[in-house]
Design a protein around this ligand. Structure first.
Ligand SMILES: [Zn+2]
Length: 445
């Protein structure tokens, strides 16, 4: 009987030892620090983006976002905002020369971009429609079809079939337009405003100088009215992924919703680009979801997938709301949908398009060093990017001593007491840190 009692104690003892070894085997050495994939250690990121600046985005959707403490990104056409310095225009030879030349020379590779760029500024009614249709063909990589459309336009101009445009005065007194005063106020509430070009053109159909005008002048307008924080992101209209135009656009804007240049970003649901991502490596999938025509349950399923996986950045694209704007959503649905996103706030980081892009880039280009000195952990966070542009705090997770319950985290003058948490690797503290700033000190409180 005594013997079996001893045996029992021995068995219990070795089981205890076994557990200890297991814990030591997978426990992180105290001080080890990682940057979490998304802010606050969330599983995924969601960016709510709006195009074209139609008025109900601000009257209906923005108040819902404010109520739920969500920040959105609004891609605006700067030329249509009252008081803007830069309007749409054609830069090049006098249009009369171009019109005259079209009488004898058919539209082709050599003259298409000039003729298409001038198309909306010929001084006749209805020419914008030809430009848009030709642009869609260029975007779809059907240049011959685009040439035909532009040829047809110039033929009609030359045969006098189109009505001359009369001087139309801009009506800046209308009360249903977005103004810079409104934009400044919404920006101060935490929303991002970004370029959707000056006149909402098909960038694929513009020649270099007119394309650069749309890219640079919309940026300059936003810079002068709002400041350089808002010149980070852009969206070339119609979701263009035209190779030639994207090269120019990436020179002007660090982040394009059309396409991001990162090799670690794998696009979901876009057939036009093959995945170059090695799934074994660090990567993020980004999914752009056009909410128009999509049933609410499917839109919610995107959110579920993003919340349950580790590597998805869901970028929602919204146009019209309550009858105003392209393929308008109902604001009740928008409200229900945003509440659904918010209900997963432990899993999802809702961030502007620019902030999500910045977080990802900072994380990928960051170096974290940690050391221990007299029971205090010192962590240094630096990155190699442009420091004035990439100043978003990152979320760090530092493993501390197993017995620590509350720790003090100090960076510069900023000091916080934070409760530790445990995961399978050990006891850790999660906190936000500003890169390229003072070192972070972590000690038991
Ligand atoms: Zn648009």
């Amino acid at each position: 009987m005594k013997n079996s009692g001893l045996e029992l104690r021995l068995a219990a003892g070795s089981a205890f030892l076994f557990v200890l070894i297991l814990m030591a085997g997978c426990s992180k050495p105290a001080g080890q620090t990682e940057i979490t994939k998304w802010q606050y250690g969330c599983n995924g990121a969601v960016s709510v983006t709006y195009d074209d600046g139609s008025i109900n985005q601000f009257r209906k959707a923005l108040p819902i976002m404010n109520r739920l403490k969500m920040s959105g990104t609004f891609f605006i056409n700067t030329g249509s905002i009252p008081g803007s310095t830069y309007q749409g225009k054609f830069i090049g030879r006098p249009v009369s020369q171009i019109i005259k030349e079209a009488r004898s020379i058919p539209t082709g590779k050599e003259n298409f971009f000039e003729r298409a760029s001038a198309a909306r500024y010929l001084g006749y009614r209805g020419t914008g429609d030809y430009f848009t249709r030709a642009g869609a063909q260029m975007d779809a990589d059907r240049p011959e079809e685009a040439y035909k459309i532009i040829d047809e336009l110039y033929k009609k101009v030359n045969s006098g079939e189109l009505q001359k445009l009369s001087e139309r005065k801009r009506d800046d007194e209308r009360n249903d337009v977005l103004t810079w005063e409104m934009i400044k106020e919404y920006a101060s509430q935490g929303h991002e405003f970004a370029s959707h070009m000056v006149t909402h053109p098909y960038v694929a159909a513009l020649d270099e100088v007119n394309l650069m005008y749309e890219l640079e002048k919309s940026k300059e307008e936003i810079l002068n009215k709002l400041g350089d924080k808002y010149t980070f992101s852009a969206e070339c209209p119609y979701g263009s992924e035209n190779e030639r135009a994207m090269v120019y656009a990436h020179k002007v804007y660090p982040a394009l919703r059309n396409r991001m240049p990162e090799p670690f970003l794998e696009e979901l649901n876009r057939s036009s680009r093959k995945s170059a991502v090695d799934p074994g490596k660090e990567y993020v999938q980004w999914q752009r979801g056009a909410t128009t025509k999509t049933p609410l349950p499917m839109m919610k399923a995107w959110v579920d997938t993003t919340a349950n996986q580790q590597n998805i950045w869901l970028v929602l694209v919204i146009h019209g709301i309550d009858g105003i704007g392209w393929e308008a959503l109902k604001s009740e649905d928008v409200d229900e949908y945003f509440q659904y996103i918010r209900s997963k706030e432990n899993e999802l980081w809702v961030a502007t398009f620019g902030d999500a892009a910045k977080y990802m880039r900072e994380r990928m280009n960051a170096t974290v060093k940690s050391s221990e000195n007299n029971g205090t952990f010192n962590v240094e966070l630096t990155h190699s990017l442009d420091k004035s542009m990439y100043d978003l705090p990152l979320t760090l997770k530092t493993y501390v001593k197993n017995r620590w319950k509350v720790v003090s985290v100090k960076q510069g003058d900023n000091k916080k007491e934070i409760n530790t948490k445990r995961d399978e690797k050990g006891t850790y503290v999660m906190y936000q840190a500003i890169p390229n700033s003072s070192g972070i000190e972590i000690s038991s409180f």
